[in-house]
Each structure stands twice: as C-alpha cells, then as structure tokens.
Design a protein around this ligand. Structure first.
Ligand SMILES: Nc1ncnc2c1ncn2[C@@H]1O[C@H](COP(=O)(O)OP(=O)(O)OP(=O)(O)O)[C@@H](O)[C@H]1O
Length: 261
C-alpha cells in the first residue's frame, strides 16, 4: 500500500490554479522528489499535505486513510514531519532544546505529573533524551548541542531543522528545499543524510528541490510540475529528458533551471 496518495487534487487562489488535478503516490521506503520552475505548485502541495490548505477537489490519503478531516496540528501525530524553506526554529533556544520540541507528539505526561516529576515522567524524559541524542549522533551535531540557534551558520541551522523533524520519528519526512542556500559540500552532506534517512532509519521522504544534482543522486522517482499541472513522472533521468519538462524549463528565467534543461 502507498504511504501517501494524492488523488486528483486541485487548489485555486482566486483565478490562479496553483495545483491542477494532481495525482501521485509515494511508496513506503522511497525518496520521491517534486521539481518544477518557480510557481509550479510544489510548496502548495506541501501545504496541502500539512493541512494548511484545503483542496477544492480531490483527496489526500496517508496510510490508506483520508487526512482531509484532520487539523494541521494533528498531522505530526499521524507521523508526518516537515522542514520549511525558510527555516523555522526557536532562535533563542539551543539545538538540544529545539530537538526536544520535535518530540512533542510523543509526550504522554500531563502538566500535573510533570510538575510532580513522577518516576513515569522521569523515564519518559529519558526516552525523549535518548531519541534526541540518536538524532544528534546521526546528523553529527555533537559540537552544536548546547549552542543557541541564533548564533549558528545557515548550513548548520538547515541540519538542525532536519533533526527537529527526525526527532519526531516520522513515517514520512517532507523536506522543503533541503539544499537551498547550501554550498556544494553541504549539499553533498544532505545527499548522504537523505540516503541514510531512507536506508538506516527506514523513513519515506518527499522532497521539493531545485538542485537537480541532489534530486538525481537521491530520488527513486521524480514528479515534474509546471503551472500546477503534472508534466512527467519517472526516474530523474526519464523526467529530465522528457521534452515537456525541457520546454517548461526553457521558459524560466532561472539560470540553474535552464542549465538543467
Ligand atoms: N497564499 C497564496 N495566495 C495566492 N497565491 C498563491 C499563494 N501561494 C501560492 N500562490 C500561487 O500559487 C502558485 C503556486 O505557488 P507555489 O508557491 O506552490 O509554487 P512553487 O512551485 O513552490 O514555487 P517556488 O519554487 O518559487 O517555491 C503560484 O502562482 C503562486 O503565486
């Protein structure tokens, strides 16, 4: 069974059809990438899956069940975690504190039991710490664990954001442009991490990304969109060589995207 299914999903903003009858499914254990020129509808699809927007038509299913009746705050509890294009971390908190926030969906203790610091609260706290330490080791963040986000370089913040999402122990990880603003070396690290997230952690990844080197390196399948419409779906190689995709990219002003075409 597919982990995530979008079934004929449409969303309009006034006269703009941001997402037009889009259907695709993400299989458990795969890395699936959404690509396309600016304004193609990629972020809107992430926001639809995160339940920030309601589709005008169509259905979105996770683990075989429609999520359209769910509120945005319930999505993490289902096992869907995401990162954001513009990093969203608590600036005045440490890396460790930010990662512990990522554990909120697993918290069972109430305010009163936490206040009394009962044995069950203590063991729960220990479990959260262990899960977070695992993520710190995995992403090589030991040197930064007690550092405040506000003082960290951009590249490290991007990694911490990925860590915050991983700390949730999701089934599906949505990565919104994980390589944007990163150097070639940092992007290479992202490629290794995405591979390990899939292989070692067994987490399914849906990614929006402009960097086609990264997309080609890590994706099992790619969906290319333009103006809200599906253009092509297949391996990175198949999609990059699809004449419809080449035509859509040639119309853009982005040099990197043109180079891809
Ligand atoms: N909140 C909104 N209100 C009105 N129009 C919107 C809104 N969000 C997106 N759009 C429009 O919907 C279309 C799809 O935008 P979207 O941000 O999903 O594209 P994208 O593929 O993520 O682009 P980018 O690569 O630049 O992030 C665009 O025409 C955009 O202007």
């Amino acid at each position: 069974m597919s982990l995530l299914e979008l079934d004929n999903v449409t969303l309009r903003f006034g006269g703009v059809v941001a997402v037009n009858k889009v259907s695709f499914s993400v299989e458990e254990g795969e890395v699936f990438a959404l690509v396309g020129p600016n304004g193609a509808g990629k972020s809107t699809i992430f926001n639809l899956i995160s339940r920030i927007y309601d589709p005008a038509e169509g259905d979105i299913r996770f683990d075989g069940k429609s999520i359209l009746s769910r509120q945005p705050h319930e999505i993490a509890a289902l096992g869907i975690a995401r990162t954001f294009q513009n990093i969203e971390l608590f600036e005045q908190a440490t890396v460790l504190q930010n990662l512990l926030v990522g554990r909120h969906r697993h918290r069972r203790s109430s305010f009163v039991t936490e206040l009394l610091f009962t044995p069950s609260v203590r063991s729960e706290e220990r479990r959260h710490r262990e899960a977070v330490e695992k993520v710190i080791d995995f992403l090589d963040l030991q040197a930064y664990r007690e550092k405040y986000i506000a003082g960290l370089p951009y590249g490290v913040r991007k990694v911490v954001e990925m860590g915050r999402a991983l700390a949730l122990e999701p089934k599906l990880l949505l990565l919104d442009e994980p390589a944007s603003g990163l150097s070639v070396e940092e992007t290479q690290d992202v490629a290794y991490w995405v591979e390990d997230i899939k292989k070692q952690m067994g987490i399914t990844v849906l990614m929006v990304e402009h960097d086609m080197h990264l997309v080609s390196a890590v994706s099992d399948r790619v969906l290319a969109l333009a103006d809200g419409q599906m253009l092509s779906i297949g391996t990175a190689h198949e999609v990059q060589n699809d004449p419809k995709v080449i035509e859509a990219y040639i119309g853009t002003s982005d040099d990197e995207e043109r180079a891809v075409a």
